[in-house]
Design a protein around this ligand. Structure first.
Ligand code: IVH
Length: 673
């Protein structure tokens, strides 16, 4: 029996090696030796053996690329990179590239520097760890210090080898290789088209797509997403001794890793610039999105001289391609009515793709802006998308104008309720004068139920829209009288979600004073001011009696905010809303009751949080009676370190302040809620 098993094991090993060899030929070198059918035969043979002898199946078998979903885990684990994953500073034009070269020349005291120039892919950077040649862990870059463990998902990417090849006859004991996970434009488009047919939301761009796919909790989802990798750098490794970027790329390739062949070795900056320009011209012919080139000093001894400043090496720079512009036409200009009644003109565009992103709207801010830019309905316009920023209309193409373009005229009556529109003297904004305008009501209700307000989960804008349109909800207090029956009759609302929502509404009735203040949408009262007011007045009763004088004494409240609050409180309609909410069973918990363990504790935030905005995090701290400060000092109690932390992070370490990850922070707050 044992002998049979040994034979089977040998056969499995042989098949695995064979399959991996073909994977390498196909996915990494793009030079297959056998047909797809032959490959499938090999693969199925291995699968059958593994099914018959499950005890001999190993996690690094090519059949196991899609493993079991990460059951029982709700978030990806955080890992710490053994060497920080740096980011790059940018150059936006030729002059800046030349300036970079001059700095390098001065520093290393050489007049002609050799650079390796690589396309900069618009994807997500990751680190792969190979121990004794086996792929054991993979993580996202994260903030460069902390990343997320996405091993199971990376295993599904066929261009990531599960085993390395030998380098100079040996398997290096430790390889930490870095690269970019990305998707080809054609695959991205196809997946989005399919999602559109299925009525699913579309991915905004290939980078978001790659990030979203890698951060999936279910590797089966990642497996279907056709991600690829290009490797370009190493971290803390043993057994790789290279002294130039060029040699590094060759070694990575020998190890069986996928390297972008489109790099170029350039002697001197003129060669760099000509390659940069060439790639910029050819970028649309590449199968993937690139947003620039990365220019790297080839020689590692020069790199050591140059060193690193604030997380970016001084030996490399990202030279970006010029802004992402597109030309399209303005189909219409409509106005959106906000919560405070302000009208914002929005340009409805003929959808246009700008480097992978479809753009169909652009905000025009206010009437003056439309006039200043002279944008007319029907105009051809230049639109720009800079990074993730909301698209902007740069200018109309006046030469293309015919006779059909029309001026935009700010309506004199609200498009939603027909009430008069006014423009307050000295302000750019036009407003709808009707406080019960349905558009305003919808926005106010959305604000009321939002995360920083009563935080009613499942109360999205589509629901608010239907409830107001059908006349079921006319004012915020109506939310608390909704019935299961009313809800389950609405679009996208089944029995189950209706029950869930009713429970969420019920639970939201107990609300800390500070959230209630914010939710009411009082002019100039954002989260910070709400916290200040809550600290000062402690409860609703005292706040309702506040005078202008008293309000001005509250630290941080100026005359404009005080006047806004007084005007709000004077309106009988607003008082009535509050009374109705109380009558509906809303209980506003006093500030004091919450002051327990975290009372008065000082929190500082640095870097970006993933699961909530800064404002939401501040609201949470306020809820438990803590305070948020903007800078670190000896009396800071906690510093919450998000992605890409700033200088505050180092200051906090120096002052030995308790560091919290985002997960620690959430745990701490939840315990004390
Ligand atoms: S080298 C210290 N090479 O750009 C050097 N980065 O802005 C670190 N990227 O986080 C990176 N293509 O996500 C390098 N050929 C390439 C790259 C590349 C894309 C990304 C990477 C990095 C970011 C830096």
């Amino acid at each position: 029996m044992e002998r049979v098993k040994n034979r089977v094991q040998e056969e499995m090993q042989r098949l695995r090696r064979e399959i991996e060899r073909h994977d390498h030929l196909y996915y990494i070198l793009d030079q297959p030796e056998i047909s797809d059918t032959e490959y499938d035969t090999l693969f199925r043979k291995l699968q059958r053996l593994e099914a018959d002898y499950p005890e001999l199946c190993t996690p690094d078998s090519p059949t196991q690329r899609v493993g079991a979903p990460l059951t029982g885990r709700f978030a990806l684990a955080t890992i710490i990179h053994s060497l920080p994953m740096l980011s790059l500073s940018n150059a936006f034009n030729e002059a800046e590239i030349r300036a970079f070269d001059r700095r390098v020349q001065q520093e290393v005291k050489e007049s002609e520097i050799t650079y390796v120039v690589e396309p900069k892919l618009d994807g997500l950077s990751v680190e792969l760890i190979y121990r004794d040649g086996r792929f054991v862990q993979g993580a996202t870059r994260g903030d460069g210090i902390n990343g997320e463990d996405v091993t199971a998902n990376l295993r599904t990417i066929k261009s990531i080898p599960l085993h390395l090849h030998k380098l100079h006859g040996k398997i290096p004991p430790l390889v930490a290789v870095r690269g970019e996970v990305y998707i080809d434009r054609a695959d991205f488009d196809r997946i989005n088209q399919q999602r559109q047919r299925e009525g699913l939301s579309l991915f905004a761009n290939p980078r978001n797509f790659a990030a979203g796919s890698l951060r999936q909790l279910d590797p089966n989802v990642t497996a279907m997403r056709r991600l690829k990798i290009f490797c370009y750098d190493i971290g803390n490794s043993e057994g790789i001794t290279v002294e130039t970027q060029h040699d590094l790329l060759i070694s990575l390739s020998h190890l069986g890793l996928r390297v972008n062949r489109l790099y170029r070795i350039c002697r001197g900056i003129d060669a760099v610039i000509s390659f940069y320009q060439q790639l910029e011209n050819e970028r649309d012919d590449l199968p993937y999105e690139t947003d620039g080139v990365v220019i790297k000093v080839d020689n590692f001894s020069y790199r050591r001289v140059l060193g690193t400043v604030s997380r970016s090496p001084r030996w490399a720079i990202a030279a970006k391609f010029t802004a992402k512009e597109g030309i399209t036409s303005v189909k219409d200009i409509r106005v959106r009515v906000g919560r405070t009644g302000v009208l914002t003109p929005i340009a409805i565009l003929e959808p246009v793709r700008i480097r992978g992103v479809e753009i169909s709207h652009a905000t025009l801010h206010n009437e003056d802006e439309v006039r200043r830019k002279d944008i007319r309905i029907g105009d051809s316009v230049v639109v720009q998308r800079a990074g993730d920023v909301i698209p902007k209309i740069i200018r109309p193409l006046i030469n293309l104008r015919g006779s059909t373009e029309r001026f935009f005229i700010m309506p004199t009556q609200c498009p939603h309720c027909n009430a008069a529109i006014t423009r307050i003297a000295g302000e750019a904004a036009h407003r709808c004068t009707n406080i019960s305008c349905p558009a305003r009501i919808k926005e106010s209700i959305s604000h009321f139920v939002s995360k920083s307000g009563l935080d009613i989960v499942g109360f999205g804008f589509h629901l608010v829209d239907q409830l107001v349109e059908k006349g079921i909800v006319k004012r915020v207090s109506d939310i608390f009288h909704l019935t299961q029956h009313q809800l389950s009759g609405l679009e996208r609302m089944g029995e189950k979600s209706a029950t869930k929502l009713i429970t969420a509404i019920e639970e939201s009735k107990r609300v800390p004073f500070v959230r209630f203040l914010f939710a009411m949408g009082i002019p100039f009262v954002g989260e910070h001011t709400a916290a200040t007011i809550a600290d000062y007045f402690r409860d609703l009763k005292h706040f309702l009696m506040a005078t202008d004088e008293e309000l001005r004494q509250v630290p941080g409240i100026g005359p404009r905010t005080a006047a806004g609050i007084i005007a709000y409180l004077k309106q009988p309609a607003n008082k009535q809303v509050i009374d109705e909410l109380l009558a509906a069973g809303v209980i506003i918990t006093e500030r004091e009751r919450l002051l327990e363990e975290l009372a008065g504790k000082r929190f500082v935030f640095t870097g970006t949080l993933q699961s909530m905005t800064r404002a939401e995090a501040t609201a949470k701290v306020n809820d438990v009676g803590g305070r948020v400060a903007s800078s670190v000092s000896t009396d800071t109690d906690y510093i919450v370190v998000g992605k890409n932390p700033g200088a505050k992070y180092q200051q906090a370490i120096n002052l030995k302040i308790t560091l919290l990850t985002e997960a620690d922070f959430i745990a701490l707050i939840t315990e004390n809620e």
